[in-house]
Each structure stands twice: as C-alpha cells, then as structure tokens.
Design a protein around this ligand. Structure first.
Ligand code: ARG
Length: 463
C-alpha cells in the first residue's frame, strides 16, 4: 500500500516510484532532524500564544515532537523515502504518535520557510563549530612557533630565495590568514542570523501569527521583512560555501608548501610516520598523502561553491525545487573543511622542523643582497643606483661561487667607494635579520611581540 501523501488531496494517481526516489531528500536532509524539531517546537509555541491552537494542543504536539527526537536519536524511527524529506517524515511520525492534533502543526507554515529555517539553524551551528576548529589550529601554530621562533629560513618569492625570515614570522603569516577566515565566518553569521520562519510559502498568511516570537525562541537577532525573499534566499549558504572555499584554499597553500618542504630537495621538515603513508612497490617511500589530500579536497570545496552558485543563478522567485540540491554541496564542504582543519592541526603538532637545514639553506641565493642595497641608501646612494651596484656584485659572486660576506673590502670598493668595514656587520642572514626594523617585519622584536600577543588573544578566545 502506497503511503498517503500529506499533499495528496488533489492527486488521483499515486506517485511513480521512480519519481519518489528521484525527488526524495531524506537520504541527506535527515541530518537536519534536530533543527526541524527545534523549529517546530518554536512554531507550536507561537501558534498557541497567538491563539491559533490551544495550550493543551500545544503541549501534546511538543511532547510528541520531543518523543520523535528521542526516537530518531536512538534509531527507533525509520525514515522513509515515500515521505520525501525530513519535514514530512517528522510530520507523519507525529500524526502516527499523537493523532489528528498533529495536523495542526503545519498551520501558517510551509516547507519553504521550514527548510530555510532548518538550514540557517544548521549553518549557524556549523559556523560556530568550524570557528573553534580554526582557533585550535591557530593556537597549534603559535605553540609550534614559540620555541623555535628565532630560527632562520629563506623567505621566497617566485619560489626563489628572496630575504631571510624568522621561523616565527613564517608561522605568524598563517595565523593572520586563519584569523581572516575565522572572522569572515563571523561576518557570515551576522547576516545569517535572521529568522525566515513565518514567511510561509511565499506571501505570508492570512492568519494572525507572530514571527517575532519564533525568531526570539530560536535565538535569531532579527526576523525577515519580506516573505518572498525569506523563502527564496540562499545567500547565506553561498556565503558560507565561499568562506569555506577560501579556508580550503589557505589550507591547500600551506599543504603545498609543506609537501615541497618535506621533499629531499628541501628537507626542511619531517612529518611523523603516523601522518604519512607508504608505497605499495617502493619500499623506501614515505609520502605526504594527508597534505596532498587536503590540497586535493580544495577542488571539491570549490566545486560545491560553483554548484551552489549555478543552482541559484536561474531561479525566479520564490522557492523552486532546484534549491533542494543545495544541501549535499554545502554539507560536503562543511564536513570536508572541518576534517581538513583538524587533521592539519594534528599533523603540524607531529611534524619535526629541521631548523639546521633551514639555516643552511640560507647561504644560497644571496638572501642578504637587499640589506647591502639598503646599507648604501644609508650612505646616501639613491636606491636605484644601490640596486644596480649590488646587482653587479651579485653577478660576479655568482660566477665565482662566493657569498657577499666573502667579498673583500678592496673588491667592494671597486663597485662603491662608500662601502667600508661596517658592511660585515650587516651581511649574512643572522646580521640581516637584526637590521629589520619596519612595522610588521621579520625583526626579532616584532616577531616576539606578535607571538606573545597572538598567544594571549587566542587563549582568551578559547575559553
Ligand atoms: N526538501 C525540500 C528542500 O530541500 C524541502 C522544501 C520543499 N518544498 C516544496 N514546496 N516542495 O528544498
């Protein structure tokens, strides 16, 4: 026997089973059960306050909903494809449980405002969860940097040696990136926290309802002002998916860097065995697969964002069933990014930095060329000229295999008579690092200050 549909009044034929399986969303929207029930309880409370149902009816419905919540959590309620989605599954379970009074629950409500509500409640929780996971990662990075912040390594542009930087400075850059990610989610949350419940199908209702009541009960900052927009809007999902894409891009950049750094060519770090995998044929291999997968998963997170943008682009107002396709994409992005963030946190903790190799690598590539040019600026040589002079010296050193600090004063003087013995106090990466003084630079003072400031800030935010 086919199940009677809640919307079946006008239908003379039963739904084709291929249509049932094509249109169902229960297989993936079941994860919204908690929010759906929470929304229904608030809605029921509002209906009673507005005298659209009696207090007794309200109590019966709420008790029934709470029972269903328990049953779902204990896997006692069988969710059925014939009931299409989470909303209809819960509603039909309620009818079965408490009888006809359950049929009053959907007064002044549509699945259109119901799903918009469920998604907002879900996204709100997810954002709060991911915010914490980002905080954890930021703190792990600071913890990693703290004991080794004074180490030096080559800073790169174009993946070519550029200027020496402190290990602490390197790590702080990622803390900044992640801070933008974290606060971007916070911005998203502000716009998202508006209740759509009460918009009904699209035009509102002729019944005397009060969306302010449900909005407040569900912890929203405000309530929709236009019912048509309230049921059509998925910007909050797009924004969340975009924020997740940027996070994923950041994690991918970090992963790419550490994959390169763990190569035999760089050998700047050693990822713990427990966070690597091997080769089925080459016995010597230890591969950074976790990092590669974090980099790879960025593809699906971007893909989800594009699916969502594309789903929405052709939709006339208001609700269209296309919008059901938003769920799998955003669920996947949210799950994927959360997992990437936490596994990366573990991996960083378990990785050994090879500080000696980092420092040794600093002797290559004339990392101290810019400090020599700035030294000449200090002697009143115009910067462009100083650049030219140092460029020539570097060119010659490159051929003879010398570093800048190996050049004798006599030879320096051939390029500029202004160079004197004091030059040896600024050449070499360790000397150079001490010379940095500009705001936010890799100067030891600035890096040390930033590490303690971040540590303080993050620990405060953790509680
Ligand atoms: N499963 C639907 C979705 O996810 C719920 C809303 C259905 N509304 C409707 N009028 N068919 O979008």
């Amino acid at each position: 026997m086919a199940i009677k549909k809640a919307w079946g009044g006008r239908f003379k034929k039963k739904t084709a089973s291929s249509v049932e399986s094509f249109t169902e969303s229960i297989s993936f929207d079941q994860r919204l059960y908690k929010y759906d029930i929470e929304g229904s309880i608030a809605h029921t409370t509002m209906l009673a306050k507005c005298n659209l149902i009696t207090n007794r009816e309200k109590d019966t419905i709420i008790k029934g909903l709470k029972g269903i919540l328990k049953d779902i959590e204990n896997s006692k309620l069988k969710l059925k494809t014939e009931h299409e989605d989470i909303h209809m599954n819960i509603e039909s379970a309620l009818v079965k449980r408490i009888g006809d009074v359950a049929k009053k629950l959907h007064t002044a409500r549509s699945r259109n405002d119901q799903i918009a509500l469920d998604l907002r409640l879900w996204a709100r929780d997810q954002i709060q969860e991911i915010t914490k996971v980002i905080l954890n990662l930021q703190l792990e990075i600071i913890t990693k940097a703290k004991p080794v912040w004074q180490g030096v390594l080559p800073g790169f542009t174009h993946l070519q040696h550029a200027q020496p930087i402190l290990v602490g400075h390197y790590f702080l850059a990622y803390v900044e990136m992640l801070e933008r990610d974290r606060t971007r989610l916070g911005d998203c949350l502000k716009r998202l926290n508006k209740s759509p419940l009460g918009a009904c199908a699209l035009g509102g209702t002729t019944l005397n309802t009060n969306p302010e009541i449900t909005g407040k009960l569900l912890g929203f900052d405000s309530v929709f002002d236009n019912s048509l927009d309230a049921v059509s809007d998925r910007d909050f999902i797009l924004e969340y998916a975009a924020a997740l894409s940027i996070i994923s891009m950041h994690l991918s950049r970090f992963s790419e860097e550490w994959i390169i750094w763990s190569s035999q060519e760089f050998d700047f770090l050693d990822i713990d065995d427990s966070y690597c995998t091997g080769s089925s044929i080459m016995p010597q291999k230890k591969n950074p697969d976790v990092l590669e997968l974090i980099r790879g998963k960025c593809g699906r997170v971007y893909g989800n964002l594009f699916s969502l943008l594309t789903i929405m682009k052709g939709l006339p107002l208001s609700y269209n069933r296309d919008m059901q396709e938003d769920k799998e994409a955003i669920f996947d992005s949210s799950d994927t990014v959360k997992e990437c963030l936490s596994i990366l946190t573990e991996l960083i903790k378990k990785t050994t930095l090879k500080l000696d190799n980092m420092e040794r690598s600093c002797s290559k590539g004339f990392l101290d060329a810019t400090v020599l040019a700035e030294y000449l600026v200090g002697k009143e040589v115009p910067f462009r000229e100083a650049h030219e002079i140092v460029g020539k010296i570097v060119g010659v050193c490159g051929k003879s295999g010398k570093e800048l600090s190996d050049v004798s004063i006599k030879d320096f003087k051939q390029y500029s008579p202004l160079i004197d013995k004091g030059v040896y106090n600024i050449l070499g990466v360790k000397n150079y690092i001490k010379q940095f003084k500009s705001h936010g630079s890799t100067s030891p003072k600035s890096v040390q200050k930033q590490i303690s400031a971040w540590e303080r800030k993050l620990k405060k935010l953790m509680v």
